[in-house]
Design a protein around this ligand. Sequence first.
Ligand SMILES: [Zn+2]
Length: 690
Amino acid sequence: MKTFNLHAKLKLLKMTMQKISIGLLLFLLFILKAEGQTKGLMNTTESPFSLMQSTDLEATRFTGGFWKERFDVCQHTMVPFMWDIFNDAERSHSFRNFEIAAGLYEGEHDGPPFHDGDFYKWLEGAISVYAINKDPELNQLIDQVISVMQRAQREDGYIHTPVNIAERNRPEEAVAFAERLDFETYNLGHLMTAACLHHRVTGKETLLNMAIKAADFLLHFYETASADLARNAICPSHYMGVTEIYRTTRDPRYLELAKNLIDIRGLVTNGRDHNQDRIPFRQQTTAMGHAVRANYLYAGVADVALETGDSTLLKPLDLIWKDLVQSKVYITGGCGALYDGVSPDGTTYDQPSIQLIHQSYGRPYQLPNLTAHNESCANIGKLLWNWRMLQLTADTKYAHWLEQTLYNSILSAVSLDGKRYFYTNPLAVNNDLPYELRWSKDREEYISHCNCCPPNVVRTVAQVNNYIYSLSENTLWCHLFSDSQLKTELPEGGRIELRQKTDYPWDGKVVFEIADAPASNYSIKLRIPDWADDASISINNKGTKPVQAGSYATLTRKWKKGDLVTLEMPMKTRLIQAHHLVEETRNQVAVQRGPLVYCLESPDMPEGQRIFDFALSARSTFTPVPMQMEGSKIMALEVDALLINTEEENALYRELKSPGDWPKQKIRLIPYYAWNNRGPSEMSIWIPLR
Ligand SMILES: [Zn+2]
């Protein structure tokens, strides 16, 4: 027995030493990685299947123009104004829930179960702003917030304030993971994403340690949970979060966790198309169900694919993406057309198997305008997904939809003053609609029923600078245009610094001025947008050459300080028509100039006339007219439109009176993102064609 005990002890000691050395090794690796790690939104430096990597969060700074203005509104209004709301327990329990869970206040949880996630998204926005402005007061606020959250977290890493508060007040009722719709993993995912950025920006480990503890809790949870509980994944932001924790720590257990999370979805026995789990992900071919849940799932799967290259994940991602852009996305990039509907996606078409869905993708070409749901979070999820697909493929089609979505269905979600937000992003508003839609027609400061979108918009606007450039070996990729300055170390050593001078999106001329570049041959890849026919590039104002729309133009040479690259993209105003199966837009056109989709809005209509009274001719010519709105520069478009409908009749059907010559009248269109900034209004993107 003694011998056995000694052997057992020696074995135990050996195993312990092995564990310690593995732990020590991982820790040392973590320190080493942390020092050299790219500090962008994603750290794909070591991701074997990523064709590019992010620049540091602070590498690109806006120096003027469109995005400087939006970022300034974000740092001076969006972040502090939302903090004031989140920190005012009379209006929102978003932060008070953490304070109660931390034992600083007595009270009960208030707000939806995903309220913690709302707060983490705001925190991520604040961290992203701090990356640029290094405001010590903001840093202090972030530290204070984290110290409260640390006190709210359980020793085992679990943090979910509805349960943490119940544990204080009524321990017998406190049950973790009691309901699929408790959104615990969704909240934890946002914590992990925010924590990785906080570590990259500040070097601190306070929030990261919280997130690692939470990830360890999930590891343990999935090892021990019942099958039903383990398969719970509503709105899986944690696929992105856990993968980013892996990228930050390089601890392979987290990548295994992320992979397993996708695999166990396929084991759900009573799944729903609404939650994309009626059939295993690997068998899916179409965008289905709740659009936020769907897009977060697709983005998370793409994250895992960046690490594993798993073709059984890439194939459905490709098919679903094609289904989306070929039949289910709005011209604005918005997606998730339906307030409510049904889905037979995961079955044969037998009646009893048809399931209810809401805030959801519809059937192909089912794209209503007045009742378009297009939740701001779904549009942001689509941006996150496209960004990851771009890393996987370097295909400009993903950058195209990233830009289209950013300008036309994410910016639309926030007012120009940065204080009010949309939950839904319809393509038309008509005050005659004889029923109320579930969500407000006007932006609101705080969407009391469900405030998930506003902080999601805050973090996205705060992070636009990180979507402009990527790096790969000997190559700088430029995806978006903005008046800005880039200063970055290169993965292969050396640096590049350049200024981008432009009045984009109002003007299509972009000048890149090189300030510093490697001594050897180096490539700059400029994205030529899909709409930019007749674009051209010259270097040092010589040898203008045409470049292909919908591609990356590659410029390779030994760059020297002062070199100029001039990209000219003619900003034509274009009329866009939809596929003939989109019933709601038959015989109508939308107006797009550069990346911006335009709309008619009632404040611009002549006295006594409504936006629905006008049509455009296919030969319409548009004149760009600068205007100011809320102190913001906007390029409106003026056009001679046809006055087609001044009758007041309210019949469902009526005879078309002889058209005669429709009189012409000059009217104005504004960029869609800027609508609803002049009080309640009617609006339409699609305009009849005569
Ligand atoms: Zn939302």
